[in-house]
Ligand binder design. Sequence first.
Ligand SMILES: [Zn+2]
Length: 205
Amino acid sequence: MEGCLTKRVLVLNRLWQAVNVIGSKRAFSLLSQEHARVIHSIDDDFHVLQFTEWVDYSITQHSSDGWDCVRTVRWEIRVPKILLLSHYDRLPMKEVKFTRQSLFERDNFTCQYCRKTFPQKNLNLDHVIPRERGGKTTWENIVTSCLRCNGRKGNRLPHEASMRLVRKPQRPKYRPFINFVLGSDLDESWLNFLNLPKNKLRQVG
Ligand SMILES: [Zn+2]
């Protein structure tokens, strides 16, 4: 297949809740293995199609009509915009990679000591239990911290510095969804499945 395999596809779980955004290459892989079906909206109605039905449908649509397509040897297949997972217990979520960026996203760019939000350049990562005292570099021991709080805490435990964590740091279950979605174009059909605050919707629309 060739074509625009960078296109993004919204993934819903069996309760039709948005759980992820994936690339179209992965979408086609889920579809062909029958781990997911296509949700296609026609005049505000949602149709659920198996991969083979989707392929048939794509073929009968003569022009791509503004849709992104991938080309196989014989056909042009439309890149679906939304997928519905077939098995609730087989969520194809990728584990969130443990990176500086994902830690900031998990904490919503908010200092976990003073609760203020900062641009990334003014944020640091803090070992709650300092490394010198056996603190590990894990989801459960690293939090987002502003430079000021980071400096104030130094190599102490929070309570030794009279500081408190806003919440207990945990490993995120999925890649933080909203930040990811708002990073770039949203397809209008996704909006039915995203519980976005109104101000975000306006940005999107
Ligand atoms: Zn702070």
